[in-house]
Write a protein that binds this ligand. Structure first.
Ligand code: C2E
Ligand code: MG
Ligand code: MG
Ligand code: MG
Length: 287
């Protein structure tokens, strides 16, 4: 019980010191309207397969088209609503949007996967399994198989029993799990073995400076060999240059994401980008 209390105290202290309380209150007051008025929008960043040299899918990244402040990235509002009722509403908005887009892809014969990010309190909360099952109710197995749910490695460490239970539930519903920002938490090898995520995403902080920083380079190659031995799919995020791409391919990484290929784009532009993608012209597409 002492440990629980200590943890809660820390959480409150942490939020209040990092963000101005006023800012936080304002976001919480406005986010409900934002959802209802359609101000939340998803941008899509392509995911490239190194061996097939193609676009295999996209990661959906949330933006708030704020009437006064313009386009806001998730850093401006998501932390403020975590542990409020809105974390779940936003999570459900994102999941439903992804599912309907995947159904759209299916109809158009586009075999893309779609990755969405889940907040810790939504994923670990009591309603999660129901929310997901309901969103997937009308979906074929093929559509489910293309949905990837990204949870932070740190989320997976939070409440292990619940996480393992949720991983089984996701598996039964036919969707994949990806451990995001991997390397920033402290998973034990035993936990890693039990976390039956199909995909691991190396945190971009290690990828971005792996050519200058030998520690980062060693972390990246350690994660790659660990992931390979457990036969999980490996994604590197934050690829910004051909040199980093080459190194990752040499180390045996499967998939890549980053500004070297494309920034997150509005849906129409992302699809257009993917349609025009060719491996040979990928370095030029950035310009
Ligand atoms: P993430 O899931 O690790 O997403 C990758 C972030 O890195 C995105 O930032 C993306 O724009 C950025 N990025 C991609 N390639 C590069 C690169 O080459 N260089 C650099 N410097 N950055 C790159 P973004 O869109 O600002 O999202 C930040 C974080 O917010 C995400 O990190 C994710 O944890 C969270 N997030 C985004 N959308 C959602 C959402 O719908 N729900 C939840 N719960 N969290 C979300
Ligand atoms: Mg992510
Ligand atoms: Mg990440
Ligand atoms: Mg991140």
């Amino acid at each position: 019980a002492a440990k629980e209390a200590g943890k809660n105290t820390y959480t409150l202290f942490d939020l209040d010191s990092h963000f101005s309380r006023k800012e936080r209150v304002r976001v919480i007051e406005q986010i409900g309207d934002a959802i209802r008025l359609g101000q939340l929008e998803l941008y899509y960043q392509p995911k490239i397969c190194f061996s097939r040299r193609t676009v295999v899918g996209f990661e959906a990244l949330l933006r708030w088209n704020h009437p006064q402040e313009g386009l806001l990235g998730p850093g401006h509002f998501l932390d403020h609503i975590e542990y409020t009722e809105y974390a779940r509403s936003v999570g459900n908005f994102v999941i439903r949007d992804a599912v309907s887009l995947l159904q759209d892809f299916e109809q158009k014969g586009l075999p893309y996967t779609l990755s969405v990010n889940l907040s810790p309190s939504h994923f670990l909360g009591p309603g999660f399994h129901n929310d997901l099952a309901r969103a997937l109710a009308d979906c074929s197995g093929a559509v489910r198989a293309r949905l990837i749910l990204e949870i932070l490695e740190t989320t997976a460490l939070d409440d292990t029993d619940r996480v393992l239970q949720n991983l089984r539930a996701c598996d039964e519903l036919g969707v994949d799990i990806s451990l995001d920002d991997f390397g920033t938490g402290y998973s034990s090898l035993d936990l890693f073995r039990r976390l039956t995520a199909q995909e691991i995403k190396i945190d971009r902080s290690f990828v971005m400076d792996m050519l200058e920083n030998t520690d980062s380079a060693m972390i990246v190659s350690a994660i790659i060999s660990l992931t390979k031995s457990f036969r999980r799919r490996l994604v590197a995020e934050g690829i910004e240059s051909a040199a980093v791409e080459a190194k990752l391919m040499e180390l045996g990484c499967d998939l890549g994401q980053g500004f070297f290929y494309s920034k997150p784009l509005p849906l129409g532009q992302a699809l257009e980008w993917a349609k025009n993608f060719s491996w040979e012209s990928r370095a030029l597409s950035e310009a």
